[in-house]
Design a protein around this ligand. Structure first.
Ligand code: XCC
Length: 664
């Protein structure tokens, strides 16, 4: 059945699901094809209200114990009686659940980093064909940070030492992660004073899992502080290691043009979608696809060529470095298959929905898992072996080619694609602003001080099927840039911006306020800068640190007129990211739902008291316009504290007034 068969009266329902026309187009097709998606399941299954507010404890076999938020008027004595069987209070339960999300998110980013570090070391030793050390400049930078001698040693020798040091970071038992030293000095002192400077990355995850075990840490303040220490081991540890080593291996991103949305899929070519997070295999696939043998094989089955497209953060990785087209963000993963033209979807780790196997069955798509850590029932498993990567990559491309003939007649590709300029690593922003010979954030700081730019916002994170796809993120971001706040984006939020046309230099004139637009036009950048995948939120930490170090805007990240948000968050990784931004001094607003609402005390600690200790705080606001207001108010509060609030009150003279002044 064709999509045109959908009746007009169904339209409003589709509009509630997404603001992206390509997504709506495919939802109609999925319905017509009788193929269930996450959007259908979101209608038929509502979230458990007790779990959503963090009030369900299932840490032992006497439970699960449900300790829902007390009624407002409940007497203190009755409130105190509300506990789990063991006596765990709503505060303990809520804080433990939150802490476990941080631990899981940190584990995900850091295990990704470990995989990269292993391949990095093997590359330095020359053991893995297909991989090289592409960015020597960054290798030297990381070597200096790690205290590795450079001298006139060959790059490979330096890289071997860097690789060993990186791997040792995970199991470190004493001292602190080596990248901690990159943070502003005042920030390091705050962490030290609070006792939340992380030790080894794995150690923080293990300790947090231990603390949250039944009958261990039962003081919510202590739990949330140790969650902060674990989260910092993600942002300034695991995630930063991923970003830095990936840049050395595959190149530090520079501005590059790309295209995004489901319209990048091609009817007359083999379509291979790479989905997940680790760039190791996607990088090799991008390389081998030019192989004449594979191109010949594609022609032999009647295809005009081989089209690689990305999904989720794997997409961000190969987009940032090669301009490879992006099929879509998290909620579009099933819908790419619904087009009927995806010959293979290859997945590694994180954010891959199990339902892909079912959706693939409705069409002809071959779902291929590649990580030993992530198998899916019903998928074909072709394991990524780093020592044999080009051959594994070729085998996967061949699977896609051979599957081309199995396409069914239910093919429909939405026409939407959008151009985007991406690749704004922290180093690139430095060069673009200051020039190659005097790379610096000075022009950014100056424009913040003179008020052309009001402040900086990081808007990151996922899609969430409980809200209209892409709407909260885009509404928030448009409001921020309209108010002269420059926006840094990563992950699925960055992709929403790409689809909406916000990642082009022209978007500055169209969407940004006068001040921000004038700076963007002078430098030639979009008002929203795509900084990469979710592990690349570490680039935002580095950019914030560079702004602090350049001077004039305080001496800590918490002094900056800056704020963060993840309005469509859904994964535990987002909670880890949010918590490391808060623990690094940033006001961070989440939308959709907030996982500690079951406890007023825990929520108050995160939303208010944290501002006195870690100098950053959490916020919750599902309405994007209200979230923008909160962030802008915070930015203005910081401007006032810095004494630069007056500079925004610029008087614009018309010609008559100018003549009057000239004559005077
Ligand atoms: Fe996953 Fe990274 Fe979230 Fe998107 S933003 S849904 S975590 S792909 Ni990372």
């Amino acid at each position: 059945m064709k999509a045109e068969n959908i009746k007009e009266e169904d339209m409003s329902d589709f509009d509630k699901k997404s603001i992206d026309p390509a997504t709506i187009h495919m939802l109609k097709k999925a319905q017509a094809d009788g193929c269930e998606t996450i959007f259908d399941r979101a209608d038929s299954m509502k979230p458990c209200p007790i779990g959503a507010e963090g009030s369900c404890c299932k840490h032992c076999a006497m439970g699960p114990c449900r300790v829902p938020a007390p009624k407002k008027k409940e007497a203190a004595a009755d409130k105190a009686k509300r506990t789990g069987l063991c006596g765990a209070t709503a505060e303990t339960i809520s804080a433990r659940n939150f802490a476990r999300m941080v631990a899981a998110g940190t584990a995900a980013h850091s295990d990704h980093a470990r995989g990269i570090a292993d391949v990095f070391l093997a590359t330095a030793k020359g053991e893995v064909p297909g991989f090289q050390l592409k960015d020597e400049q960054k290798l030297y930078q990381v070597a200096m940070d790690f205290g590795v001698e450079i001298g006139d040693r060959p790059a490979k020798e330096i890289a071997i030492d860097v690789g060993h040091k990186a791997i040792a970071e995970f199991g470190r038992q004493e001292g602190e992660p080596l990248f901690i030293k990159r943070a502003p000095l005042k920030r390091q002192e705050i962490w030290k004073k609070l006792g939340i400077t992380p030790r080894g990355i794995d150690r923080e995850v293990v300790e947090l899992m231990h603390r949250t075990h039944m009958g261990v840490d039962q003081d919510y303040r202590s739990l949330l502080m140790s969650a902060a220490r674990c989260a910092l081991a993600d942002g300034w540890g695991g995630s930063m290691i991923s970003t830095e080593l990936q840049d050395i291996l595959f190149g530090t991103p520079m501005p590059v043009m790309g295209q995004i949305n489901l319209g990048v899929l091609k009817k007359d070519e083999i379509n291979l979608v790479v989905h997940g997070h680790e760039p190791l295999l996607p990088e090799i696939i991008v390389d081998v696809v030019q192989d004449p043998e594979l191109q010949k094989a594609a022609k032999a089955v009647g295809a005009k060529g081989i089209n690689i497209a990305g999904m989720c953060c794997s997409a961000n990785e190969i987009l940032m470095r090669h301009g490879i087209p992006v099929a879509g963000n998290f909620l579009q993963q099933e819908l790419a298959i619904v087009t009927g033209v995806v010959d293979a979807m290859v997945v590694d780790v994180q954010c891959e929905m199990q339902s892909l196997a079912q959706v693939a069955k409705c069409y002809h798509t071959k779902l291929i898992t590649t990580s030993a850590k992530a198998k899916i029932d019903g998928a074909t498993h072709i394991e990524f072996e780093e020592h044999n990567a080009p051959n594994v990559a070729k085998k996967i491309v061949m699977e896609a080619i051979e599957n081309f003939k199995n396409r069914k007649s239910n093919i429909d590709i939405p026409p939407q694609t959008m151009d985007q300029v991406v690749g704004f690593s922290h180093e690139t922003i430095n060069y673009l602003l200051g020039g190659v010979f005097r790379a610096s954030y000075r022009p950014l700081n100056d424009n913040i001080i003179n008020g052309r730019i009001r402040g900086i916002a990081g808007v990151v994170g996922c899609n969430n099927a409980r809200v209209t796809h892409d709407d909260p993120n885009l509404t928030l971001i448009k409001e921020l840039i309209k108010n002269d706040v420059i926006v840094l984006v990563t992950g699925c939020s960055a992709m929403a911006c790409g689809k909406a046309g916000l990642l082009t230099p022209e978007a500055a004139r169209q969407y940004a306020g006068e001040g921000l637009a004038s700076v963007c036009e002078a430098v030639g950048i979009p008002p929203v800068l795509h900084m990469g995948a979710c592990v690349d939120n570490s680039r935002i930490l580095m950019a914030a640190t560079a702004v602090v170090k350049d001077g004039g805007l305080g001496d800590d990240i918490s002094d900056l007129p800056a704020a963060g948000a993840a309005l469509e968050w859904m994964s535990e990784k987002a909670v880890a990211i949010g918590h490391y931004f808060v623990a690094s001094g940033v006001y961070t607003v989440f939308g959709t739902t907030f996982p500690t609402m079951g406890s007023e005390e825990v929520t108050r600690l995160l939303f208010e008291e944290f501002e006195n200790t870690v100098k950053g705080k959490w916020g919750f606001e599902p309405d994007p316009m209200k979230a923008a207001k909160l962030m802008i108010e915070h930015i203005d509060k910081k401007r006032k504290a810095l004494g630069i609030d007056k500079t925004r009150e610029r008087v614009l003279f018309d010609m008559a007034k100018r003549r009057e002044l000239d004559a005077a």
